[in-house]
Write a protein that binds this ligand. Structure first.
Ligand code: PEP
Ligand code: MG
Length: 919
């Protein structure tokens, strides 16, 4: 049988049989095509039509021509539509008009092409006038076809059509399109045909079949247009999906006051509220609403104008939401009182709405808790923890007259940046000059997306809640205000004004996407409070429940059978408290050296470093001990009942000393000026610092090596840890200290240092007469440690991957310089898929980790394994940690909620299979 390239809307069963799944149908027919077919099956009023498949598009992209048999099938389907509608393509007596619409598997709003009113020619236009008695509507439709065909199919610039229309309106003294008469539109249709002839050298095709053929081809080609490619890059949509082409019988919303068109969401896409949200326009065509050019009416007002249609619409959308178990974004047209649904798809939404809708739908029983958790992305959580304006600072700004304008609050969040008036400049200033940018436009078009993505916020003077700017900003979590109608933007003078107040290009503004307000200048922002976000907390609790399910990871004895736990990296009690409030169930890394830098401690630390004898050093360390004990006491108290991993000193000692160059300058100046007092001390210090100099300090005397060279420091630290733990135990706080030795490369290092430290631990417990459980373990941050993990696990009771150093040492890239020097180029040139210091390199670093776990657990099946490098908060890296059998990930307190969600997603998606099973 010949390959099927074309499916009528009621041939969904065939598409299902061919692809074997609903996902397959969506891949084949695209989101729009499968939605139209599915609605047809459900008895929803959908105009007759058919879909040319994404497979045909891919064949076209590869060969530059329609695949064999496709065009014949398209014509046959067209005949079928003619039969069903009783109309005929190109026949002036009762002409069939169709639209030709793109539609990929994942929606790419406005990124690809669409042509409406195909089938109109000089002859059919006349026929339509006779039929409808409405020449104004017919010639308006005709000029729209010539214009769309000219720009989309023939590649003529928009301005070529905009100019004659502007001139005509000026000549007639019209301000609005609605003032144009039938004669005016007829004249415009004629003048637009002239534009085509002038620009292309041939006439606008009067053969409807030719129009259809060229439009189909143009939609296929738009898959590989710049806009579409940019959008796919930004949203990670694969290039090989292709777009389907939907040919749909035209229905008209511009046939008088009993006609109209609109777009709506079944729940509020900005807040998530369970209430229909959208706009419609009477006597208008679809693009008038979407482009945000004419001011629309809220959907609820439709009940007054067309009560029957309104109730039918509410019934259909309620059914659609139930059917898809998702918030729907629908397009509809009313032609002479009859409702037609033109599209339904899962609606894009803000992070806030995503969380609220997921929780509400689970509570309504529409979806399960697991599905609700899957519906919220780690990026959503990230956005919700983004800054908002400080209310006090905003009030103060209002008082000083900084308020500039108010528009529609299209995408929430606070953005502060310098205003730029076009997408290219906005992108350039953000990328090249590293500025915080707010892109300001009258309205946005798909060509502006690159500027929006580079900006901190977006402001438009036109358009509504469903305009292009609003939809795109919501999708990318960019704060956005649209339709700030008071603003006039002068794109030539590069200035915008409201009531005598002006903002020039490059000046600072603050945009509040939550309230719709815009201010001149910079307003302070604050971090949002997680405890005030009830729905987010619900989702995170459900995520924790999923991870806590026993058996969600299938693994052999000793290996974790639950999902990942999330711990936090915290050095101070206040960080630990924040980590707890964000849901961390342990501290995975306390970097003890940070405490050495505090002003009153640093001189003691320097004295300790410069000590000539062991006694001098011990004296200084004895002074440091009470400070450290207090630090640890606070941590244990904040983490009552949860494990706390404290890492012994790691960095090279010169980091605690004054800057060598600066000191050298001071010494030289003193010598030149003949200042004697204090000179000797400075000279001695300089000698000492010089003696510590290493060409490559990150590979030098640090980590466990430093502990072996100067054991007194870590001995003091272990004493401080255990004294604090003992004191806390006496205060009925449950402590679980874990002492972590950094940068181990050979088990011999542990054999040298660990027993000494364990002796101190025991001694303190005996002195204080208390008992608690504790562990000694190591960081795994050197490739050799991974390779010899079985040996290392003989001593180490836990492993924690220090993937910052492990990445540095595996690649041989300096973690301090690589980004600045070459890493950006490497990513741009696709030598590396991503920055390996942000997202784990699975093939290299990840493989070493996997090996280390397998080997380590051969020696010690119950070995506790974590990660505390920056990767611990990155969802993709968290996925890898789940797969290889980590017990937990540890990340900055601020990323804990994101990690909790990512861990739950992995627990469900990975359906539990652990790598250990395959070995
Ligand atoms: C690491 O190397 O990943 C780590 C957590 O330690 P630090 O960043 O302190 O070297
Ligand atoms: Mg490290």
């Amino acid at each position: 049988m010949a390959k099927k390239w074309v499916y009528l809307f009621d041939e969904i069963a065939e598409a299902e049989a061919y692809t074997g799944s609903w996902d397959g149908v969506r891949s084949l027919l695209g989101g729009k095509g499968s939605g139209l077919a599915d609605m047809t099956r459900a008895g929803v009023p959908v105009p007759s039509g058919f879909t040319v498949t994404t497979e045909a598009c891919n064949q076209f992209s590869a060969s530059g021509k329609f695949p064999e048999g496709m065009w014949a099938q398209e014509l046959a389907a067209l005949q079928e539509v003619e039969k069903r509608t009783g109309k005929k393509f190109g026949n002036p007596d009762n002409p069939l008009l169709v639209s030709c619409r793109s539609g990929a598997k994942f929606s790419m709003p406005g990124m690809m092409d669409t042509v409406l009113n195909i089938g109109l020619t000089d002859k059919t236009a006349e026929g339509m006038v006779k039929l409808t008695g409405n020449p104004r509507f017919v010639y308006d439709s005709y000029r729209r076809l010539v214009e769309m065909f000219g720009t989309v199919v023939l590649g003529i610039a928009d301005e070529a059509f905009e100019e004659p229309l502007k001139e005509h309106k000026e000549k007639k003294g019209y301000k609005l399109d609605t003032e144009m008469t039938a004669e005016d539109w007829k004249a415009m249709a004629c003048s637009f045909k002239g534009v085509v002839k002038k620009e292309k050298g041939f006439d606008f095709p009067q053969d409807p079949v030719k129009q259809l053929e060229l439009a189909t081809e143009a939609v296929f080609k738009s898959w590989n247009g710049k806009r579409a490619i940019d959008y796919r890059r930004a949203t990670n949509i694969p290039d090989d999906l292709g777009t389907a082409v939907n040919i749909v019988t035209m229905v008209f919303g511009n046939m008088g006051e009993d006609s109209g068109t609109g777009v709506a969401f079944t729940r509020n896409p900005s807040t998530g509220e369970r209430k229909m949200y959208g706009d419609y326009l009477l006597n208008a065509q679809g693009e008038d609403v979407v482009a945000g050019i004419r001011n629309t009416d809220p959907i609820e007002n439709m009940v007054k104008r067309m009560p029957e249609v309104y109730h039918q619409f509410m019934g259909i959308t309620a059914r659609l939401e139930k059917h898809y178990q998702e918030m729907q974004d629908v397009e509809f047209t009313i032609e002479r009182g009859r409702l037609w649904m033109l599209q339904t798809r899962n609606g894009k939404r803000t992070a806030k709405a995503a969380v609220k809708i997921a929780v509400d739908m689970a509570k309504e029983g529409l979806i399960s808790k697991d599905v609700a958790v899957l519906r919220v992305t780690p990026e959503n959580v990230d956005t919700l923890l983004h800054p908002q304006f400080d209310e006090k600072a905003k009030k103060a700004a209002e008082k000083t007259g900084a308020f500039f304008a108010k528009g529609v609050n299209a995408s929430p969040g606070a953005a502060v940046g310098q205003a730029y008036f076009d997408a290219d400049t906005a992108e350039k200033m953000a990328k090249d000059n590293k500025q915080a940018v707010i892109m300001v436009r009258p309205f946005t078009k798909p060509d502006d997306v690159h500027g929006m993505i580079a900006s901190k916020g977006v402001l438009t003077s036109e358009g509504g809640a469903t305009s292009h700017a609003a939809v795109v900003a919501r999708q990318f979590g960019i704060p956005c205000v649209v339709g700030a109608a008071g603003i006039t933007i002068d794109l030539e003078k590069r200035i915008m004004e409201v009531n005598g107040k002006a903002v020039k290009e490059g000046e600072w503004i603050s945009v509040d996407g939550t309230t719709g307000e815009v201010f001149i200048g910079q307003i302070k922002t604050i971090e949002p409070k997680i405890e005030e976000q009830a729905e987010l907390l619900t989702i995170l609790n459900w995520a924790d429940e999923i991870c806590a399910r026993d058996g969600i990871r299938k693994a052999p004895r000793g290996w974790p059978r639950r999902g990942l736990q999330v711990w936090a990296n915290a050095d101070y009690p206040k960080d630990a408290r924040r980590a707890r409030s964000y849901g961390a169930v342990g501290i995975g890394l306390c970097r003890t050296e940070h405490m050495f830098f505090e002003t009153e401690r640093l001189p003691i630390v320097q004295r300790m470093i410069l000590a000539k004898t062991s006694a001098e050093r011990t004296e200084a360390l004895n002074e440091l001990l009470p400070y450290q004990r207090k630090d640890f006491d606070g941590l244990f108290e904040a983490m009552d009942g949860y494990p706390v991993i404290i890492r012994l000193i790691d960095p090279p000692l010169h980091e605690f000393m004054p800057d060598e160059e600066k000191l050298f300058e001071e010494v030289v100046t003193m010598r030149v000026k003949g200042e004697i007092e204090g000179l000797k001390e400075k000279e001695d210090l300089l000698v000492a610092i010089k003696s510590m100099h290493e060409s490559n300090p990150m590979m030098g005397l640090r980590g466990v090596r430093l502990s072996i060279a100067m054991p007194e420091i870590v001995e003091m630290q272990v004493r401080a840890i255990f004294e604090a733990a003992a004191d806390c135990t006496l205060r009925k706080i449950v402590v679980k200290p874990e002492v972590m030795i950094p940068l181990t490369g050979t088990v011999k290092e542990l054999e040298w240092i660990q027993p000494r430290l364990e002796r101190i631990a025991k001694a303190v417990m005996e002195e204080k007469e208390v008992n608690f459980t504790y562990k000694f373990g190591t960081m795994i941050e050197i490739p050799r440690a991974c390779v010899t993990a079985a040996e290392i696990a003989k001593l180490a009771e836990f492993f924690s991957f220090g993937t910052n150093d492990l990445t540095q040492m595996t690649f041989g890239y300096s973690r301090d310089d690589a980004e600045r020097n070459f890493l950006v180029t490497y990513v741009e040139q696709k030598i590396l898929p991503k920055n390996p210091f942000q997202t784990l390199d699975r093939e290299g670093v990840g493989k070493l980790m996997e090996w280390a776990i397998l080997e380590g657990r051969k020696t010690r099946p119950e070995l506790e394994v974590g990660i505390c490098g920056e990767h611990g908060g990155d969802p993709e890296s968290i996925e890898w940690c789940h797969i290889i059998g980590n017990n937990y990930v540890s990340c900055s307190p601020f990323r804990v909620p994101i990690a909790r969600l990512a861990a739950a997603h992995m627990a469900m998606k990975g359906s539990g299979k652990s790598i250990a099973e395959d070995k």
